[in-house]
Design a protein around this ligand. Structure first.
Ligand code: 4AD
Ligand code: MG
Length: 478
């Protein structure tokens, strides 16, 4: 029977009283034919397994190589060595799986993150990725807990849809039509009637529209699932496949929406700081070490833990888009022509502008509201000024936009006028518009990019290092 094992994390929390335990894991190092550092993924701290000299035959010892899988039965005793409270004196040892040390690509030394991306199938076995993925797991769990505790319903919105929720046209097509001899209509266009769903379909870019259907029945819902964007952005913040959390609430205005988003972000950070302290500390030290090689002006002013504590203990700054543009126009960076992209009312802020606001000007997360209608999606509520919408983006230090949301346009006539203006097909979204026909209510919601949140909490600079198997332009290995 296998499931009698004690996890190393749990074992390390016990007192060594000569108890008998079974542990299983993978060898990190083996020295002096005597000391095995064993890791089972429950923590970065290895268990020291001590083999009594002469108690195990030569052939077995030879098979204890880096990443070999072991089952060890032994006695837990106080450690003689420094650095650990206890160790396991091995009584029996089984090699569950050999590992050819010559061929194994992960040597017990420092590897670059770029190299580890090429062996993403093995990188979970490093301390850095161990910490990142345990934190990612915890964040996901905290997200469900936050919403569940507040009576939100977890709605599973579809992955395959026939609509473009953002109206931005960045969709991956889903089809079973043949590439050769694609059926055509008389005018030469593709005849999707013969396609699997009898119409053109794509992978979802957002669950929001379906989320609004849920909110206008259940009150408060959230989605948490994969979303897909065929945008050709090769940056450290963009993935073609990423996970998004999208709460949608009936009877909410923009301010309610901001309050929820801020409380939500603080809650999930607080949860990880409490439950994953060891992993956060490990990553904070890793980041501090990594930054030593940067020029002084590129280093963070504060460490990862201080940054997270600061976010927990301070209110987010709240400003309008108009105020943000004014700050940028007044900034020394603007006056010294440090910005690459244009700053003026009406244009979308670029990452350099967002980062100036959060990292240089306010030095804290900032919620920017009331953007020009022309640069935001069709579903956002038009303000009384007729030119801005009740949008909100949350910008985080080191990341830029982490949340995008808005109060929704609940007035059917205003919504359909906006759709027409922006060329969003009202006939295809008849079901969405029905919410505005039958008991429409003020409502609001937002989307948190899960990987950007994981980046923020782990301090990892590249989004490819916080998702197990990143999908980016020209890359879908593993
Ligand atoms: O701002 P976005 O496009 O908003 C929506 O999709 C809305 N439907 C959300 C809503 O109101 N329910 O995306 C939301 C967030 C962004 O703020 C960003 O954090 C993340 O999703 N995001 C990405 N993350 C990784 N890779 C990409 N290509 C991303 N695009 C957006
Ligand atoms: Mg956005």
């Amino acid at each position: 029977m296998f499931n009698k094992r004690t996890k190393i994390k749990d074992l390390l929390a016990q007192e060594p009283t000569g108890q008998e335990v079974i542990v299983m894991g993978w060898v990190r190092t083996f020295r002096n034919n005597q000391f095995v550092a064993l890791n089972d993924g429950s923590t970065n701290t290895n268990l020291q397994v001590v083999l009594t000299l002469g108690a195990f035959d030569e052939a077995t010892l030879k098979r204890i190589t880096t990443s070999a899988a072991l089952k060890v039965t032994g006695t837990v005793i106080p450690s003689q060595g420094k650095g650990q409270k206890l160790e396991l004196k091995a009584d029996t040892l089984d090699i569950l799986g050999d590992s050819d040390a010559e061929a194994y690509p992960l040597q017990p030394k420092k590897h670059s993150l770029e190299f580890l991306r090429e062996i993403a199938h093995l990188r979970f076995r490093t301390n850095t990725f161990g910490s990142v993925f345990r934190i990612r797991h915890s964040l996901a769990f905290a997200i469900h807990k936050f919403f569940n505790d507040r009576g939100f319903l977890y709605l599973h919105t579809p992955i395959i849809t026939a609509s473009d929720a953002e109206g931005a046209g960045e969709m991956f097509r889903v089809t079973t039509l043949p590439f050769d001899g694609t059926p055509r209509n008389e005018d030469g266009s593709i005849n999707f009637k013969d396609d699997f769903f009898g119409r053109a379909t794509n992978l979802t870019v957002s669950g929001q529209l379906e989320g609004e259907l849920g909110a206008t029945a259940f009150g408060d819902i959230y989605t948490f699932g994969p979303t897909f964007r065929a945008e050709n952005s090769n940056t450290t913040r963009h993935l073609a496949e990423f996970w998004m959390i999208e709460p949608e609430m009936a009877f909410y205005d923009l301010e309610d929406n901001m309050n929820l988003a801020e409380a939500f972000i603080k809650y999930i950070i607080g949860y990880v700081m409490e439950k994953n302290r060891e992993d956060v500390e490990f990553l904070a030290a890793r980041l501090a070490e990594e930054e030593k090689s940067l020029p002084a002006d590129k280093r963070s002013e504060i460490g990862l833990i201080e940054k997270l504590e600061f976010v927990l203990n301070n209110n987010f700054e709240r400003i309008t888009y108009t105020e943000a543009i004014d700050i940028l126009l007044q900034s020394p960076a603007y006056k010294k022509k440090k910005f690459q992209y244009e700053v003026k009312w009406g244009v979308d802020m670029q990452s350099e502008h967002e980062r100036y606001l959060v990292e240089k000007h306010f030095k804290k997360p900032v919620i920017v509201t009331n953007y020009p209608a022309a640069i935001k999606s069709f579903y956002m509520r038009l303000n009384d000024d007729g030119k801005t919408v009740a949008a909100m983006d949350i910008l985080a230090p080191g990341i830029g936009e982490i949340v995008g949301g808005s109060q929704r346009e609940e007035r059917l006539d205003v919504l359909t006028a906006r759709m027409q203006q922006l060329g969003v097909p009202a006939d295809e979204l008849w079901w969405y518009l029905d919410t505005r026909r039958f008991g429409t209510v003020p409502h609001a919601g937002f989307g948190l990019g899960f990987e950007r949140m994981v980046q923020f909490v782990t301090g990892m600079g590249n989004i490819r290092d916080v998702i197990a198997f990143p999908r980016t332009p020209k890359s879908a290995e593993f």
